[in-house]
Ligand binder design. Structure first.
Ligand code: HEC
Length: 245
C-alpha cells in the first residue's frame, strides 16, 4: 500500500472499491487522489491512448497491483485445503478421509426430535392432526407448492389427469376418492416424503413444512368437491344463492 502514494492515481480509484478493507493508511492517499481521477476519463481496462504513452508504465504497474489485490481477496475462500468425499487420507488410521460420526451423536440442527413434524407419524401411526395451525397463509403456500410439484400428474383439481399422465405416465388415483378423503393428513405427508408405488419421493425437493402445507391444501381441494351448503359461512352462502340462476 505504501507504494501506492508514489504510484499512479488511477490505480487508487479502482483500489478504493476493491480493497478498501485492506487499505489501512493507504485510504488517505486514495481520498487525496480521487479528484485527480475524475479529471482523467480513461477507464480501467481500456487501452492507453497514444498521446498518453508516458503514463503507460505506471498504469500497467497499477493494473497488476489491482489484479493481485482482487485475487488476494478471493483466494482464502476458494483455495482452502479440503478432501473430496470418500477420498483417501493417510492422516487417519483407516486411510479414509470421510469420518463416521461418533456413535450416539447427532449433528447440530439435525436432531429432528419432533416425530410428527418430520415423519407424519405419532407413535408410528399416521398422524390424524397437523403439527401446526392450518391458516389461510399455510393453505396458500400449499396451493402454490401443489401446483408446482404435484399438479403435473395429479392435475390442479386433483383428479389425477395431469399433463404428464396425458402423455403416458401411469394415472394416480383421484384425490377425491373416498379412501383418500378418509386418509389422515399424515398419509399425504408420508406419500410426499417416501413416494408411493410408482410415484417417487419428493423429500429432497419439498421441505417438511411445505409437505404439511400441501397436505392441508389437499384437504381444501377435497372439500371443494364435496362441500354441502352448511359448510359455507352465512355471507358466502347468500352470495352463492344470489349467483344461482
Ligand atoms: C410424476 C407424476 C407424479 C407427481 C409429480 C406426483 N405424483 Fe402422486 N402419484 C402418482 C402416481 C402414478 C400415483 C399412484 C402410485 C401407485 O399407486 O403406484 C400417485 C399417488 C399419490 C397419492 C395416493 C396414495 C394412495 O394412498 O393411493 C397421493 C396422496 C399423492 N400421489 C400425492 C402427491 C403429492 C402431494 C404430490 C406433490 C408433492 C405428488 N403426488 C406428485 C404420480 C405423481
Amino acid at each position: 500500500m505504501r507504494a501506492m502514494r508514489l504510484g499512479d492515481a488511477r490505480a487508487s480509484r479502482v483500489l478504493g472499491s476493491a480493497c478498501a478493507s485492506h487499505a489501512g493508511d493507504g485510504a488517505l492517499a486514495i481520498a487525496n487522489f480521487s479528484s485527480f481521477a475524475r479529471e482523467d476519463k480513461v477507464r480501467f481496462g481500456e487501452a492507453p491512448k497514444p498521446a498518453r504513452e508516458a503514463h503507460a508504465l505506471p498504469r500497467i504497474a497499477a493494473t497488476l497491483v489491482v489484479l493481485l489485490c482482487v485475487t488476494a481477496c478471493r483466494r482464502g475462500m476458494v483455495d482452502q485445503q479440503h478432501l473430496k468425499p470418500l477420498a483417501e487420507e493417510t492422516f487417519f488410521k483407516n486411510d479414509a478421509g470421510s469420518r463416521v460420526p461418533p456413535a450416539h451423536t447427532v449433528a447440530r440442527g439435525q436432531l429432528r426430535a419432533d416425530e410428527q413434524f418430520y415423519t407424519g407419524k405419532i407413535d408410528n401411526q399416521l398422524a390424524a392432526t397437523f403439527p401446526m395451525p392450518v391458516t389461510r397463509e399455510l393453505l396458500s403456500r400449499g396451493q402454490q407448492r401443489f401446483d408446482i410439484y404435484c399438479a403435473v400428474c395429479h392435475s390442479r383439481t386433483g383428479d389425477g389427469n395431469g399433463m404428464i399422465v396425458q402423455r403416458g405416465f401411469p394415472q394416480p388415483p383421484s384425490l377425491h376418492e373416498q379412501r383418500l378423503r378418509d386418509a389422515p393428513p399424515g398419509h399425504f405427508f408420508d406419500v410426499i416424503t417416501n413416494g408411493y408405488g410408482v410415484m417417487y419421493p419428493y423429500a429432497s425437493r419439498v421441505s417438511p413444512e411445505d409437505r404439511w402445507a400441501i397436505a392441508a391444501y389437499i384437504r381444501a381441494l377435497q372439500l371443494s368437491q364435496h362441500a354441502a351448503p352448511s359448510d359455507a359461512e352465512p355471507a358466502g352462502l347468500k352470495q352463492l344463492q344470489a349467483a344461482q340462476p
